[in-house]
Design a protein around this ligand. Structure first.
Ligand code: ZN
Length: 453
């Protein structure tokens, strides 16, 4: 199947910089992009289907590098609407201890639907809650991604230090370390796909350096490296966490990670709010990526990450919406805009440009996930493409001046059409084959019955 998009405004990299290109076209052949260029040139190629793109802005699918899809079950929960991270966690662990396979799958479908409708085509999911006696497994998340056509990095998370050992989670929410490692092996064996263009990969991801033992942290790193998969965790999110690490381990979080072989080109860390210039240099030197989650940092009052300094010093930064209980929206374009605005609060109007925000939400994510085939519209890349209507009222005026600037600075509309791996998953602003209204109604019913106070 060959699909051609004619006469659109594209945003693609030119000399490494996202650039708006008018009157351009794309040819999609199967799962890949086969041609990109001025419409007249691309029109030479025959296609089975031709889409008139003259009223569309066409961009590479956005990449979300940090999420907890199950958290839509406790999205907007009144008891934690105004809590900082540790109080928020202490309350929510109790609610999350009743998770099961069906509730996690439905919650993940809700979040994935929202992400797809925002033009996001790849998401990471950090799932670390396997309560005692529950039937929940990582497959709940993989099934949800499959059902909606999302490309996923499913992180097999873990927690092994419960309250009885000085940790935050109740003991029934943590697992035995041998069982964690055995299940990591199992999901790697069954589901990890290392091929270029893979729709599912498995990453390994202790919840945080302080919710597992030092031994498990090290063994997880060894297992990941023996299998060539990525490592992911939370790091340096709050001052409470910094104080906890200093008290318990005698070092700050980034140094603790370094001591346990947790920095490198195969590691992406969520947050990195409280990092010194020396720690930023260490992240840059080790090619460790950061998943910046601005809305969550604002919602929990965690602080303003020094993203401008990270970019200046050569750290690869990507964008994550974070879980739905600390960012009550899963809008990836909106999250890129939040990143831009938050840096300007701290660093003035030049702290982040629209092109930088766009770059970290696309190629930055691709680099963090070690996916060179994602994050740009170019020949040979995976056909992950988001199309936004240029005549949407939210972009009116701005799109005539600067399409890329319009998408990053205005309130972005929902995507009108989205391709993941060459397959249409959003069409005419609606999910293909899934009724979002029915999904939301079913989910609301579940939340009222099982997760409401
Ligand atoms: Zn998180």
């Amino acid at each position: 199947m060959r699909t051609r998009i004619d006469d659109a405004v594209l945003v693609a990299l030119r000399a490494g910089v996202p650039t708006s290109l008018e009157h351009h076209g794309i040819l999609i052949a199967g799962e890949r992009i086969e041609a990109v260029g001025p419409t007249d040139a691309v029109k030479q190629f025959p296609a089975d289907r031709v889409i008139d793109g003259s009223e569309h802005l066409v961009v590479p699918g956005f990449i979300n590098t940090h999420h907890h899809l199950y958290q839509s079950l406790t999205r907007g929960l009144p008891a934690v609407q105004s809590c900082g991270l540790f109080d928020w966690l202490a309350h929510l662990y109790e609610r999350w201890s009743s998770l099961d396979y069906a509730s996690v799958k439905l919650a993940a479908q809700v979040c994935i639907a929202e992400l797809l409708l925002s033009g996001c085509t790849t998401t990471s999911d950090h799932f670390y809650l396997f309560p005692a006696g529950s039937d929940v497994r990582l497959e709940a998340v993989l099934d949800a991604a499959d059902s909606l056509g999302m490309r996923i990095h499913a992180c097999r998370g873990s927690m092994s230090v419960g309250r009885s050992r000085g940790g935050l989670p109740p003991d029934r929410c943590v697992q035995d370390e041998a069982a964690i490692l055995a299940d990591c092996q199992r999901v790697l064996d069954r589901f990890h796909d290392a091929t270029i263009g893979a729709m599912r990969r498995i990453d390994l991801a202790p919840c945080s350096p302080f919710s597992v033992s030092p031994e498990l942290l090290k063994e997880t790193a060894m297992l990941a490296r023996s299998r060539g998969v990525l490592l992911h965790t939370h790091a340096a999110e709050t001052l409470d966490e910094q104080a906890y690490c200093l008290e318990r381990f005698g070092v700050r979080p980034i140094e603790y990670l370094r001591q346990h072989h947790w920095l490198g080109p195969d590691v992406y860390l969520a947050h990195c709010v409280h990092v010194s210039d020396g720690e930023i240099d260490l992240l840059a030197r080790t090619l460790t990526s950061v998943a910046h989650c601005p809305s969550s940092n604002m919602r929990l009052g965690s602080g303003v990450p020094p993203v401008r300094r990270m970019l200046e010093r050569g750290v690869n930064v990507s964008i994550g919406v974070d879980g739905s209980s600390s960012n009550d929206g899963g809008d990836l374009v909106g999250e890129a805009r939040q990143a831009l605005l938050l840096q300007r609060v701290a660093g003035g109007p030049a702290a982040m440009t629209p092109a930088q925000a766009f770059e970290i939400a696309t190629r930055g994510g691709a680099r963090a996930l070690n996916r060179q085939e994602l994050g740009d519209l170019a020949v040979g890349m995976a056909a992950d493409i988001a199309m936004f209507r240029a005549d949407d009222i939210a972009l009116a005026g701005a799109i005539a001046h600067d399409p890329l600037g319009a998408l990053m600075l205005c309130r972005a509309p929902r995507a009108d059409r989205v391709f993941v791996n060459g397959r249409i998953v959003v069409e005419d602003g609606r999910l293909a084959g899934v009724d979002a209204g029915r999904l939301a109604a079913e989910f609301n019913d579940l939340v009222r019955r099982r997760f409401r106070a």
